[in-house]
Write a protein that binds this ligand. Structure first.
Ligand code: MG
Length: 501
C-alpha cells in the first residue's frame, strides 16, 4: 500500500467524489469523440461544463480544503502522500487565482474558436480564425498575470501541461537538438536513397477490414489486456485513461497509408499501458493518473518508434503485412523497413517522420513564444509560418490549410502544449538505453512474449506504478540519478539513419 497516513486517508474519502466526477467526465469526452450522435454536441458541452463547475465547487469546499491543510502539516508523509498534497495545491492555486468569470470566458472563447477554426480550415481562410486566436493569446497572457508568473509569461502555459517546465528549459532543449537534426537531415538528403520514395507509399491501397484485423494482431503481440482496454475508431487517434482498469484507445483508417494506422495503434497503446500500469491502489486519488505529458509521450513514442519502427518488429510482422492484399505480397522486409522509416520534409506534422517531426514542433514553439512576448501579431502568422517552414524544412505550404491552420491545439486554447511532444519523443530513447543496460537488447526482447512482458514490467516498476507521484524532473533525479538528457536520442537517430541512408 502506497498510502497509509490516516489524515490523507480521510482527505481521500472526500476526494473519491471528485475523482468519480472526473472519471465520468473523461468517459463522456471519450464518448463525444467516438460514439455520440452528431446532434448531441451542445447538450454534451453543457453537461460537461456543469460537471466541471461542480468539481470546482467540491475542490473549494471548506471542509475539504481544511482537511488538505491539516494533512499537509503532517511531517510524516511518504513520497506519495506528499505528491497528493502537491497535486491538490496546484489545482487549488489555479481555482483561487483565476476568477470564475475568467474561467467561463476561457471556456466560451475556446468553444467558439474551435468552430471558427473548423470553418477557417475548411474554407482555407485564416481571417475567419484570426480574431479568435487573438483573443486566445490575450486570455493566455492574462492568465499568466493572474497566476503571478514573473520570470516569463510562457512559463505559465508550459506549467499547465508539464509541471515545472520553464521557457528557458525549452529554449535550451531546442538549441541542443537543432544542430543534430540539421546534420542528420543534410546527411540523409545527400544519400542516393533519399530521392527514391518507397513504392509502398504509392501502391499500398488496403482494405479497411484487413488492417483492422492487423491492428488486433499487433495488440495481441503486445499482449494487451482485453479486460481493461478497448480499441475504437476516431478522426484523430487518442487515448483516454479513465482509471487503471478502464482505458480506451482509438486509431483511424484513411488513404493508402496502412502504416499510419498501425503506428497510431502502437502509439496509443503506449499511452494506455502507462495508465493501466499505475498502481491500482492509487485509483480515485489525485495521483492515480499520470500527469506529466513528457513522460506520457515518452511511453507512446517508445512503442511506436523504438519498437514499432524497428528492424526486428518489422521482420516479425512482414509475413502479416504481405497478407494485406495483392499489392503487398511482392514486397520484402527491407521495403517495409524503408516504408516505415522514410525521411522526407513534409507540411503536415502528424504525418512527419522521426527526424523532421521535431522541426514542426520547433516552429510552433518559436511562434508561440513570440506571440506571448508580443513581438509578433496574430495577423502576421501565415507569413511567419511559411517563412519558418522554408527556413527549417526547405518547403512552403501553398495553402493555410496545410500551413498555419492544420492543428486544432490553438483553437482549444492550448498554447505551451507542443514542446512536450518533442521532448517526450526524445526521452523515449533514454528508456530504451536503460532497458538495454538492465535487461537485454530491444531486438532480443521483442522476439518473444516473455521479452515483451519483461519490457512492460520494467516500465511498470520504474515509471508507471508511481502515477503522478513524481514530476518528470523528480522521477529522473531521484530514481535514475540523471537530468533530462538528449544523448541517447542523438545516438539512436545517428545509428539508425546513417545505416538506412
Ligand atoms: Mg501522444
Amino acid at each position: 500500500m502506497k498510502i497509509t497516513n490516516p489524515k490523507i486517508k480521510k482527505l481521500l474519502e472526500k476526494f473519491e467524489v471528485i475523482s468519480s466526477l472526473e472519471q465520468l467526465s473523461s468517459l463522456a469526452e471519450w464518448d463525444l469523440e467516438v460514439k455520440m450522435p452528431e446532434g448531441a454536441g451542445a447538450n454534451r458541452a453543457k453537461a460537461l461544463a456543469k460537471t466541471q463547475s461542480l468539481i470546482q465547487k467540491l475542490y473549494l469546499d471548506e471542509e475539504f480544503v481544511a482537511l488538505a491543510e491539516e494533512a499537509s502539516r503532517d511531517d510524516s508523509l511518504n513520497d506519495y502522500e506528499k505528491a497528493i498534497i502537491r497535486i491538490l495545491r496546484r489545482t487549488l492555486y489555479r481555482y483561487y487565482k483565476l476568477p470564475k468569470e475568467f474561467i467561463e470566458n476561457f471556456v466560451k472563447t475556446t468553444n467558439e474558436s474551435q468552430l471558427a477554426w473548423r470553418e477557417a480550415r475548411a474554407k482555407n481562410d485564416f481571417s475567419i480564425f484570426e480574431p479568435h486566436l487573438k483573443k486566445i493569446v490575450e486570455l493566455n497572457i492574462e492568465e499568466a498575470k493572474l497566476l503571478e508568473y514573473e520570470d516569463h509569461p510562457y512559463d505559465a502555459m508550459l506549467d499547465k501541461f508539464e509541471e515545472d517546465l520553464k521557457t528557458k528549459d525549452v529554449v535550451n532543449y531546442f538549441e541542443s537538438i537543432k544542430p543534430h537534426l540539421t546534420e542528420i537531415l543534410a546527411y540523409i538528403k545527400k544519400s542516393k536513397k533519399y530521392s527514391s520514395r518507397p513504392h509502398l507509399l504509392e501502391k499500398g491501397e488496403y482494405e479497411q477490414g484487413e488492417v483492422e484485423k492487423l491492428n488486433y494482431k499487433v495488440l495481441d503481440y503486445l499482449q494487451y489486456n482485453k479486460e481493461f482496454l478497448r480499441l475504437d475508431v476516431s478522426t484523430h487517434p487518442f487515448s483516454e485513461g479513465i482509471n487503471s482498469k478502464d482505458v480506451r484507445i482509438t486509431t483511424r483508417y484513411f488513404g493508402k497509408d496502412f502504416g499510419s494506422t498501425i503506428t497510431a495503434t502502437m502509439h496509443e497503446f503506449g499511452h494506455a499501458l502507462y495508465d493501466m500500469q499505475v498502481d491500482s491502489s492509487l485509483d480515485f486519488t489525485p495521483i492515480g493518473r499520470p500527469t506529466s505529458l513528457i513522460l506520457h509521450e515518452s511511453q507512446s513514442r517508445f512503442w511506436e518508434n523504438i519498437i514499432g519502427r524497428s528492424d526486428e518488429f518489422i521482420k516479425i510482422f512482414t509475413p502479416k503485412y504481405k497478407k494485406l492484399g495483392e499489392a503487398f505480397r511482392t514486397y520484402a522486409k527491407s521495403d517495409y523497413y524503408s516504408y516505415f522509416n522514410s525521411v522526407k520534409p513534409s507540411l503536415i506534422r502528424v504525418e512527419a517522420d522521426e527526424i523532421t517531426y521535431h522541426f514542426h514542433i520547433l516552429i510552433r514553439f518559436e511562434i508561440e513564444k513570440m506571440l506571448i512576448e508580443k513581438s509578433i501579431s496574430v495577423a502576421d502568422l501565415p507569413a511567419i509560418w511559411n517563412e519558418k517552414y522554408k527556413k527549417y524544412l526547405g518547403i512552403k505550404p501553398k495553402t493555410n490549410k496545410e500551413g498555419v491552420l492544420q492543428d486544432i491545439h490553438w483553437s482549444m486554447g492550448c498554447i505551451g502544449y507542443f514542446p512536450t511532444y518533442s521532448m517526450g519523443t526524445v526521452l523515449s530513447s533514454y528508456w530504451a538505453e536503460r532497458i538495454e543496460l538492465e535487461l537485454n537488447t530491444i531486438p532480443n526482447l521483442i522476439k518473444s512474449e516473455e521479452g515483451i512482458r519483461k519490457i512492460q514490467s520494467w516500465l511498470k516498476e520504474n515509471i508507471h506504478q508511481h502515477g503522478a507521484g513524481y514530476t518528470m524532473k523528480e522521477l529522473l533525479n531521484s530514481k535514475f540519478r540523471t537530468e533530462y538528457t538528449i544523448t541517447p536520442w542523438v545516438k539512436y537517430i545517428n545509428k539508425k539513419y546513417r545505416a538506412l541512408y
